[in-house]
Design a protein around this ligand. Structure first.
Ligand SMILES: *[C@@H]1O[C@H](CO)[C@@H](O)[C@H](O)[C@H]1NC(C)=O
Ligand SMILES: *[C@@H]1O[C@H](CO)[C@@H](O)[C@H](O)[C@H]1NC(C)=O
Ligand SMILES: *[C@@H]1O[C@H](CO)[C@@H](O)[C@H](O)[C@H]1NC(C)=O
Ligand SMILES: *[C@@H]1O[C@H](CO)[C@@H](O)[C@H](O)[C@H]1NC(C)=O
Ligand SMILES: *[C@@H]1O[C@H](CO)[C@@H](O)[C@H](O)[C@H]1NC(C)=O
Ligand SMILES: *[C@@H]1O[C@H](CO)[C@@H](O)[C@H](O)[C@H]1NC(C)=O
Ligand SMILES: *[C@@H]1O[C@H](CO)[C@@H](O)[C@H](O)[C@H]1NC(C)=O
Ligand SMILES: *[C@@H]1O[C@H](CO)[C@@H](O)[C@H](O)[C@H]1NC(C)=O
Ligand SMILES: *[C@@H]1O[C@H](CO)[C@@H](O)[C@H](O)[C@H]1NC(C)=O
Ligand SMILES: *[C@@H]1O[C@H](CO)[C@@H](O)[C@H](O)[C@H]1NC(C)=O
Length: 771
């Protein structure tokens, strides 16, 4: 932690906030992330004390076990010592890095607390959730518990919550943050209606949901009715009964043409109705129900029953977040008003949404846990899925198959962990709209449901954890460290989304991490890029090869289709040349690509310590046959491997092409090239890249990150990519082997410590082929 990791790696032209794109403009917005500095401080202060304790405990325990190579072995600790060490340490990270808000872990050995992920049965009423007495023997979605709330947080959980908060430092810190956020929003004007082009009022709906959750939470913990009044103002405003108009018109106020907006607003109303149920007067209740039926659930019935209908296009779609978000909003709405709604709509909807989500939403996770859209769209889909399953479980006593219909769904938490690199996500394809009420907290819920404590341990340290769902999905019996026993590498092999995640550590923000993908180029809800072979590299606290992110969602043709001739593929950020892969004949990849992959790993897992050094000989590699992704190519394989005990990276391409060949990589680094070497600089760190055994005429050059002059023009301008340089190798048609070696200049590593690998054909790669 001697350097400033990921901090100002590239001075963003947009300021210091996280790069979250506006669905409408495609430009970076930083409304929420701006407050990151204060969060760091707020987060950091209580932890300081804790870290001192940790250091002491770590020192004692560490010295006892230190003789074994720290981290390569997980020391077994008894449940009681894990529990006490866990309490002594408290919050693990010492803060977050400022650019991507990733947690920073202290360098310490504490094999008592940092043990294998587990749930410790505490059988103690002040540190454990009580058992729900509502256990229907024959559950039905329309047969709900008699007490309120019904949604996610039943009364017994609210009753237990204050003690849990007092006894768990994570819950206590989240509670403080939620109170702080609610207090900030209290004095802001109600959510201002804004029709954001094709993206509709989705931001409005998610902001409403975020606020309603926080206000209702604070009310229930304080009994101060000012929070109920504040929720009422929001409900009035979004019903068009406030001091300003709301919605595109008085009939389609929640914009069912973009049904996500309708669904998320319905969910917001559902939480308000249900969590504040005892506070609403009878006429308020009937107003809320009227409004939900009129603008949310009535259109929901239409969407799910009329055929064909634009409002409900998502009802037969297994490729992503829409089906989960839409069914969830309608389900939460129906569960909230069931019994009070005399129209029969709630019952009708529950008969439609539950089977529909089981036939569609759950299949947005592929056989290996990957989300079919992109790493960022995982957040939207899993939030909808988890809210729907959790609401059905709390209200009606069962998930009705949502957690198990797809036998592979449980792996999606692992997908999220592996797609998160030391810097940020391997953020291929589109990044999606503003998140607001969307977080990765489905990880907490899945951890408990699938008994995967590592999901919970991972998410509890993340910057987006502090919101009301965390208070009910977190299980304070969780203990251990997510990284203990976590294999360094994972290969995702579903034909739709083959990709690899390889790294040197889970707890060192300066670790080496490489991720690379192949997979199909269709079937991702048109959120992907033409990017077979695309990779990212993180090392020394910086991202050296990275992604450009979303284009402008409102650009003409951006979502037209994923056919070869789609206008989407005219936009630079979506084109093959906008990716870190090879471009042949200056042409986009073939959308019918069906690559095949092979791979290997020496299979190490990190141990308990946050300080981890891989054993000698540790490596991993991944090779994809990408021939089918190209026109004018007879054969093309790309291989990526870790060298020198995961301190160096080799990317090897074997290609035979009848059109020009251009190797491309996008970087925020300052680049200096000299023949077959390139020197990249980010902050005070350096990456040396060299082309080994270079074919005649091959050398590095740089280009701007923009369309080639020969490209057809897109219907609307591309977004600029300021600060991004493309490192290239440009060759005529021919047959080549390109061996590009990445040598991060790690501190303390001498020139003689780097290896120059032998030249080994990709078909002969094995775990030992480069020893
Ligand atoms: C909530 O407050 C924390 C600071 O305590 C801040 O970092 C975070 O961004 C806020 N969350 C939202 C959603 O505004
Ligand atoms: C939750 O946080 C608020 C604000 O910091 C605090 O006043 C309250 O006591 C906390 N609740 C519990 C149960 O500790
Ligand atoms: C709020 O009211 C409930 C129900 O009357 C009560 O159980 C709870 O202790 C009260 N909470 C506070 C903080 O006053
Ligand atoms: C909606 O109704 C209000 C009052 O009933 C009216 O003033 C307003 O013009 C209507 N808005 C639209 C877009 O029709
Ligand atoms: C908004 O006003 C309309 C018309 O008076 C009424 O039917 C509806 O219930 C109101 N909705 C809310 C949430 O107050
Ligand atoms: C759903 O869509 C698929 C193709 O996208 C189609 O084959 C199938 O028949 C559709 N099912 C229904 C019920 O419409
Ligand atoms: C996905 O689930 C199926 C059905 O249980 C199983 O056969 C398959 O092995 C699973 N895939 C993986 C990668 O575990
Ligand atoms: C450049 O940095 C930004 C963050 O400031 C990041 O979002 C982007 O992916 C990086 N681009 C590349 C090509 O690494
Ligand atoms: C490379 O591809 C061309 C066709 O484009 C073919 O004639 C040639 O034999 C191939 N070379 C090798 C070594 O396979
Ligand atoms: C490459 O392939 C495309 C499509 O098959 C063809 O139209 C084009 O002329 C080819 N280009 C070259 C340089 O061979």
């Amino acid at each position: 932690m001697s350097e400033t990791p990921f901090k100002n790696a590239h001075p963003s032209p947009y300021g210091s906030g996280d790069p979250y794109y506006s669905e409408s403009t495609g430009f970076l917005t930083s409304t929420r992330q701006r407050k990151s500095a204060s969060s760091w401080i707020k987060f950091g202060v209580p932890v300081l004390i804790v870290v001192v304790v940790a250091a002491v405990v770590g020192g004692v325990v560490g010295s006892r076990h230190h003789s074994s190579t720290a981290g390569t072995q997980s020391t077994k600790a008894s449940a009681s010592s894990v529990a006490s060490a866990k309490n002594a340490i408290g919050i693990y990270p010492t803060g977050t890095n400022s650019q991507y808000m990733m947690p920073l872990y202290p360098s310490t050995t504490n094999s008592a607390a940092f043990a294998s992920p587990t749930f410790i049965d505490q059988s103690n009423s002040v540190t454990t959730w009580p058992t729900d007495s509502f256990q229907p023997s024959n559950p039905s979605p329309t047969s709900v518990r008699t007490d309120r709330p019904r949604l996610i947080a039943p009364a017994y959980k609210w009753a237990a919550l204050p003690n849990l908060i007092k006894n768990d430092i994570y819950m206590s810190s989240w509670n403080d943050t939620i109170f702080g956020n609610a207090t900030d929003w209290y004095s802001e004007p109600v959510v201002q209606y804004f029709m954001d082009g094709d993206s509709g009022i989705l931001d409005n709906s998610r902001q409403m949901k975020e606020r309603v959750k926080a206000f209702s939470y604070v009310y229930r913990l304080t009994n101060d009715t000012k929070w109920v009044d504040r929720v009422w103002s929001e409900l009035q405003n979004a019903a068009g009964n406030g001091t300003q108009p709301f919605g595109p018109n008085n009939n389609t106020r929640w914009n069912p043409a973009h049904f996500l907006d309708t669904a998320e607003m319905t969910a917001a109303y559902a939480i308000a109705y249900d969590w504040l149920y005892d506070q609403w007067l009878p006429d308020q209740k009937s107003s809320i129900i009227f409004t939900m039926l009129e603008y949310g659930m009535g259109p929901g019935v239409t969407a799910l029953t009329d055929d064909p209908l634009y409002w409900g296009w998502w009802k037969n779609n297994t490729q992503g977040n829409w089906n989960c978000v839409c069914n969830n909003g309608l389900t939460m709405g129906a569960l909230a008003i069931l019994g009070d709604d005399t129209s029969g709509t709630a019952e009708q909807l529950l008969g439609l949404t539950v089977p529909n989500a089981n036939a569609n939403c759950v299949d947005a996770v592929t056989s290996d846990g990957t989300w079919t859209e992109t790493a960022n769209y995982w957040y939207f889909g899993t939030t909808g899925h988890a809210e729907m399953a959790a609401s059905l479980m709390s209200a009606a006593g069962s998930d009705f198959g949502l957690l198990t219909t797809n036998a592979n769904f449980s792996m999606t938490g692992m997908f999220h962990m592996y797609v998160t690199s030391p810097g940020t996500l391997f953020d291929w394809g589109d990044h999606g709209p503003n998140k607001y009420s969307t977080t990765a907290n489905a990880m907490l819920f899945y951890a408990d449901q699938y008994t995967k404590p590592q999901y919970m341990l991972f998410q509890r340290d993340q910057h987006d954890v502090a919101e009301p769902w965390a208070m009910f999905w977190y299980n304070p019996e969780v203990a251990g460290a997510f990284w203990d026993g976590m294999p360094l590498d994972h290969f995702f092999d579903d034909g739709l989304d083959q990709w690899a995640s390889m790294r040197s550590s889970f707890t060192d923000e300066t670790a080496l991490a490489v991720a690379v993908k192949a997979g199909k180029l269709q079937g991702h809800q048109t959120h992907n890029d033409l990017d077979a072979g695309d990779f990212i590299i993180d090392a020394m606290g910086h991202r050296w090869a990275g992604e450009l992110g979303s284009g402008d969602y409102r650009s003409m043709g951006y979502f037209s289709s994923d056919d070869q001739d789609s206008q989407r593929w005219l936009y630079y950020r979506k084109r093959t040349e906008g990716q870190n892969t090879i471009l042949v004949g200056a042409q986009n990849q073939d959308v019918t690509a069906a690559p095949t992959v092979q791979h290997g790993s020496t299979g190490e897992s990190q141990g308990s310590s946050t300080v981890y050094t891989v054993p000698s000989g540790s490596t991993a590699y991944w090779v994809a046959d990408l021939t089918s992704a190209y026109f004018n190519v007879t054969s093309f394989k790309r291989g990526v491997r870790l060298l020198n005990d995961r301190k160096q990276v080799l990317i090897q391409d074997e290609i035979n092409a009848s059109a020009s060949v251009m190797w491309r990589m996008h970087t925020n680094a300052t680049v200096a090239t000299s023949g077959t070497t390139a020197t990249l600089t980010l902050g005070d760190q350096t990456m040396q890249i060299s082309l080994l055994n270079a074919p005649a005429g091959a050398s590095f050059t740089t280009m701007d990150a923009e369309r080639l002059a020969t490209d057809p023009a897109p219907p609307e301008p591309d977004q600029p990519n300021p600060g991004v340089t493309v490192l290239t190798i440009q060759l005529d048609a021919g047959q080549y082997t390109l061996e590009v070696l990445f040598n991060p200049q790690w501190s303390g590593m001498a020139a003689s410590d780097f290896v120059t690998p032998p030249s080994v054909p990709l078909d002969s790669w094995s775990l030992t082929s480069h020893n």
